[in-house]
Ligand binder design. Sequence first.
Ligand code: ADP
Ligand code: MG
Length: 321
Amino acid sequence: MDEFALIERYFAQRVGARADVRVGIGDDAAVTSFESGYELVVATDTLNEGTHFPAGTPARSLGHRCLAVNLSDLAAMGAEPLWCTLALSLPTGRADWVDAFSTGFVTLANAHGVALIGGDIVRGPLSMTATVHGRVAPGAAILRAGARAGDSIYVTGEVGMAAAGLAVLTGDAPVPRGSALVESFLYPAPRVSEGRALIGIASAMIDLSDGLHADLSRLLRASGVGAHLDADRIQLAAEPVERFGRERALEFALTGGDDYELCFTVPADRDAELRRAAAGWACSITRIGTVRARTEVIWHEGGQPRPVEDTSFRHFEDDGG
Ligand code: ADP
Ligand code: MG
C-alpha cells in the first residue's frame, strides 16, 4: 500500500465525526470552525525510538502514547481537547503495523471526542509527532505559575508505575502477561476530565512526564516558591513494591518518568471543593505536601529530610557549548 492508501484506510475511515470539522483529512489543510468566546490551547510532542520508547514497543501502544502525551499536556492546562494532527516517520509502510498503530491512536482519540484532522506520513527513522488543539474559557487555563505559599500540593493516581513498567520491559526477566505496571507504561490514561474539573480549584498545574520531583520542581520554579513534601504519603501500588521492593518503588515514584498523572496546587479555601470534585473521579488524589515561600524543595521520609536527585533526561546535555 502507498501512503495515500494507508491514510485512507487506517486513518480517514476510522476517525470519529465532529460537527465543527468543516474539512478533515484529504485536502491540503484542515478547516475547523471555532466558537467565539474561547481561547485556543495547543500542544505538540514527539516520540522517537530509542529516546522515548524502546525498539520493539507494540505499534498499538505507540499510537496510544503519542496522542496520550499530548492530551496530558492539554489536561494540565485544564483545556478541552478538540482536534489533533499526526506526523509519522516510518522505516517501512507495513500495513499490519500501521493498522495496529492507528487502532491505538484512533481509539483514544474517539474516547475523548477528539477528531484527527490531518497529518503527514514519510519514510524515515521511527518517529511520531502529534499536535492537539483544545479550548478554555478566556483566562481560565491553569498555568505552572500560580502556586502560593500555604497551598496544598496534590498528585493524581499511583506515580512510579510507568517507570517500573519500563524497567520490566527493558529488563532481562520475561515480561509478565497482564502486568498493571507494563500496561501503565504502554497505555497511560491522560487525566483530561480531571484537569478540566480543576479549573477554578487549582492555582497551578503540571503533568508528570519526567518524574514527580523534576516536574513539580518546574511548577514551583515557575511560581517562584518552594515546598515541603512528605514521601511517606505517596501511594505506592502493590506491584512495583512486590517486584522491586519499597525503596526502589519509591525511587520510581519520585524520579521515574512517563506517569502522565497531574500534579497541582490548591489554596486552602478551595480544598473542600476539590474533595467534592475528586469524589467522582476514576483516579485517586493524594496530598503530598505544602507550598512554602522559601524556594527550596524539601522531601521528608520518616520525619527525616530525604535527598532526591533530579535525574530527568536532557536531550542536549552532552553536546557542549
Ligand atoms: P500534501 O502533499 O498536500 O501535504 P499529503 O499526501 O501529505 O498531502 O496528505 C494528504 C491528506 O492526508 C492531508 O489532508 C493530510 O492532512 C492527510 N494526512 C497525511 N498523513 C496523515 C496521517 N498520518 N494522519 C492523518 N491524516 C494524514
Ligand atoms: Mg497538498
